[in-house]
Write a protein that binds this ligand. Structure first.
Ligand code: B12
Ligand code: SF4
Length: 452
């Protein structure tokens, strides 16, 4: 069978800068494609961020038997549109959706254009779905999958346990023609790679630990090094939720990378406490190519940090920023802006960033992401809704306030965009195309619909 796997583009009505923030390889789909091929099926990947006009063309040219989509919450509505178009053009084609939102809120995909909603890591259920479709079984019951039976969806029951070392290498050859266009700031082209899945921490604004039931799975290191060695790109983003938890493991990995002389430069998430735990480890990683870390600073005072269950102190943040500077690792640091922020709170954030010389600050707005405790607590307060009453997921890009702001919406947006303008020079220095546009035209594209 032929399986077409589609990565969605975002809604430009909502996000005027579209997908320009960063575009990286569709790793989830490369894993799914590898599992398809293992099961004896042909697969292709269509990245709509890069080829927004090509869906119809691919459906006619490739004639897929199955179309699968992935995506975050912000892609739910777009994915439903994509699958509706698939059914319109190829009514006999089977459709499936997987990824974080499908795992946490499968109900949002239970519509007539969807045949299978895959929950969780997905590769075992995928093989079972493909086998059932190939055999012509109608509405098969598959563990970890919601299957459409007429107008309703039935749950196939709990699936097998997850074995991280049982997963094939992602099928990167399927994105060979697009790979030179994948980038994050100056790191271009960049590859994504994971060495662990899940997170042992329990931050309240984050759903990643929920997705893996709070477990932390670590890959064997030999295949990790083999996979890095097989990646063509110089830049590698370790997309682990938190790779540096285990010091001996990460030291061993650094030693193996050194021995293999891989010549890569790495970008990785790193908790503040992980960075401070063992300075030698971070120095060693710098030596083998760690160029940038993503610190989730999130908040600058201890009360807010406690609210987030972040298990870090303001003092540790300043220590880690200093240590990173001393070691020579550049820092991309995220700060969460609460809808409750006043103009003074925005100013405090700016002062902190200036005082601590945070090189590349980025901002997200506190959003009740599905799977978090905020989602349950704030569901009724979500402002943007679809006609069916469900949240308008397109606004869940962490760049829109989806719950009421303390300031007026206009004043909040003014302050929020002010933050981005304030640090535009850092973004420009980091090679960010959005800010290159700002420099060229004097205009910065922004979260469109809110501003109108
Ligand atoms: C890498 C990454 C990025 C990269 C690139 C993403 C890409 N592919 O292009 C960049 C930097 C561009 C990025 C941007 C953003 N990101 Co991001 N990103 C990640 C990160 C770190 C890893 C994602 C990943 O590749 N994981 C590895 C893959 C293999 O895992 P997976 O997606 O879960 O897929 C597995 C299963 O779910 C399943 N599966 C998935 N899809 C499908 C489909 C089918 C059919 C099947 C059968 C199975 C299946 O199989 C896969 C293999 O086992 C995650 C955090 C995390 N650790 O997951 C955040 C994360 C996904 N990002 C997030 C967000 C919010 C964003 C932004 C909106 C942030 C922003 N404001 O700019 C933008 C949106 C960009 C866009 N237009 O898509 C959120 C999403 C939250 C949510 N529930 O919506 C996450 C979870 C981080 C967080 N804050 O919690 N991101
Ligand atoms: S924010 Fe980071 S450390 Fe906290 S639970 Fe999520 S992935 Fe883990």
């Amino acid at each position: 069978m032929r399986v077409l796997l589609v990565y969605p583009n975002c809604d430009r009505e909502v996000m005027a800068w579209g997908d320009m923030g960063a575009i990286a390889e569709p790793l989830a789909l490369e894993y799914v494609a590898a599992a398809c091929e293992q099961a004896g099926h042909d697969a292709m990947i269509l990245d709509l961020r890069l080829h927004p006009e090509q869906l119809e063309l691919m459906l006619f040219a490739y004639q897929p038997d199955v179309v699968g989509v992935t995506g975050y919450s912000m892609h739910v509505i777009r994915n439903l549109e994509v699958l509706a178009r698939v059914k319109e053009i190829r009514p006999t084609c089977h459709t499936m959706v997987g990824g974080h939102h499908a795992t946490l809120l499968p109900i949002d995909f239970q519509g007539p254009q969807v045949d299978f909603v895959v929950v969780g890591e997905g590769l075992h259920p995928l093989r079972a779905i493909l086998a059932a479709v190939a055999e012509g079984r109608r509405s098969p019951s598959v563990p970890s999958v919601w299957t459409r039976c007429g107008d309703e969806f039935r749950w196939g029951g709990e699936g097998e346990g997850f074995d991280i070392d049982d997963i094939p290498f992602p099928k990167r050859s399927l994105t060979s023609e697009d790979r030179h266009r994948y980038y994050i700031d100056w790191m271009r082209p960049i590859a994504l790679l994971r060495t662990t899945v899940g997170c042992p921490f329990r931050c309240s604004f984050c759903a990643l630990w929920k997705i893996m039931d709070g477990k932390y799975y670590r890959r064997e290191l030999e295949p990790v090094v083999e996979e890095i060695g097989g990646v063509a790109e110089r830049y590698v983003f370790l997309v682990d939720d938190e790779p540096f938890v285990n010091v001996p493991r990460m030291r061993h990995l650094a030693d193996m990378i050194k021995a293999a002389d891989l010549g890569k430069e790495y970008f990785a998430y790193c908790r503040i406490d992980s960075f401070l735990r063992d300075r030698n480890l971070m120095e060693r990683w710098h030596e083998v190519g760690l160029r940038r870390v993503f610190f989730g600073i999130e908040a600058i005072d201890d009360v807010e940090l406690d609210d987030y269950n972040k298990r870090q102190r303001r003092e540790q943040i300043t220590q880690a920023l200093t240590a990173a500077r001393e070691i020579g690792v550049s820092v991309l640091a995220n700060f969460i802006v609460k809808p409750g922020y006043t103009a003074d709170d925005f100013q405090r954030l700016v002062d902190f960033i200036d005082e601590n010389g945070v090189e590349y600050p980025t901002f997200t707005i506190l959003t009740p992401i599905p799977g978090t405790s905020f989602f349950d607590l704030q569901y009724d307060e979500i402002l943007h809704r679809q006609a069916n009453g469900r949240p308008n997921w397109a606004y869940f890009d962490l760049q829109h306030a989806v719950t009421k702001t303390a300031l007026s919406p206009e004043a909040f947006l003014h302050e929020y965009r002010g933050l981005q303008r304030r640090f535009a020079t850092s973004y420009l220095q980091a090679g960010h195309p959005m800010y290159e546009e700002l420099q060229a035209t004097g205009r910065m594209p922004g979260p469109g619909a809110v501003e109108r």
